[in-house]
Design a protein around this ligand. Structure first.
Ligand SMILES: C[S@@+](CC[C@H](N)C(=O)[O-])C[C@H]1O[C@@H](n2cnc3c(N)ncnc32)[C@H](O)[C@@H]1O
Length: 268
């Protein structure tokens, strides 16, 4: 139903969501043809609606999206809306990094939420960074958000952050093979993270302590891989965050907790 409404709004070239009153208006032959074409691609080619409309919202911000990037859906949007309270003192935040930025959604929303901060938006995929560049320009954030092509922390030697946030790939092989056809339109590199889905989170846990400021925090989404992460790092004092708007599988670790854990606990 939501998809049909979004596709109809797109076929009608509306610059806003479809409203009830729009349903009473007749559709021109041209609009009918466009709508039928969109429905066909959604139903038969199983293309997600956002890849057809190229529009979605994240943390209240409009985002341009195409098949070079994951469709934004991270529950981290809700945390950004709360400026990561109570874990972060917003006025102290000067540097933020978003690892695996994709469309730039998390990085750009953080830049809006923390107006005094500079934000690094990191991705290994030049295609993803091209989409992030479009969104950064559209939101007027070119001055404060730096796009960095890097394998996670590799190009960030010597950089320290008050917030390290990431929605990295975290889908294991078995889970990936069972995903609905719609996911096949998303870049596989945005989803897959080795056999057990933990390749990325292992790197983030190992290297984050070198890049966090004294009172910094690490926030990582691992989705359904939460159980494996808990088992693999039994001594880490993860705080698993809760969400009013749904979603889960997001942990937070403070720099102090990571320091106290020591390097051995950060390897699995
Ligand atoms: C799950 S998507 C998240 C995209 C976006 N942050 C979001 O929440 O919609 C993961 C992103 O990580 C990127 N990525 C995968 N491996 C990476 C690596 N080794 N270093 C940096 N980025 C990587 C992918 O290209 C993809 O854009």
């Amino acid at each position: 139903m939501d998809d049909a409404a979004a596709l109809l709004a797109h076929a009608r070239r509306l610059q806003r969501p479809l409203q009830e009153k729009d349903l009473a208006l007749p559709l021109s032959a041209q609009v009918q043809q466009r709508f039928a074409g969109l429905l066909d691609r959604r139903i038969h080619a199983r293309v997600p609606a956002v890849y057809l409309t190229h529009r979605c919202w994240f943390a209240g911000l409009p985002m341009y999206i195409d098949e070079r990037v994951l469709i934004p859906r991270s529950p981290i949007a809700e945390l950004i809306g709360q400026r990561f309270a109570p874990w972060v003192q917003p006025e102290t935040v000067r540097r933020v990094v978003d690892l695996g930025t994709g469309s730039g959604c998390i990085a750009l929303a953080c830049a809006k939420a923390f107006p005094a901060a500079r934000v690094d938006a990191v991705d290994i995929s030049p295609d993803a960074l091209a989409v992030a560049r479009i969104n950064r320009a559209a939101l007027g954030l070119t001055r404060r958000v730096r796009l960095v092509k890097s394998d996670f922390f590799q190009a960030l030697q010597g950089c320290r952050y008050d917030i390290i946030v990431s929605n990295p790939p975290y889908v294991g092989t078995a889970e990936f093979n069972g995903l609905p056809a719609e996911y096949g339109h998303e870049p596989a590199a945005a989803l897959r993270a080795g056999r057990d889905g933990m390749d990325a989170v292992r790197v983030l846990l190992r290297e984050a302590p070198l890049h966090l400021s004294e009172n910094g925090v690490l926030i990582v989404e691992v989705g359904n891989t939460e159980t494996r992460v808990r088992r693999a790092f039994p001594r880490l004092p993860f705080v698993w965050l809760s969400f009013a708007r749904g979603g889960g599988g997001v942990f937070l670790l403070t720099a102090a907790a990571l320091r106290a854990a020591g390097a051995r606990q950060l390897r699995s």
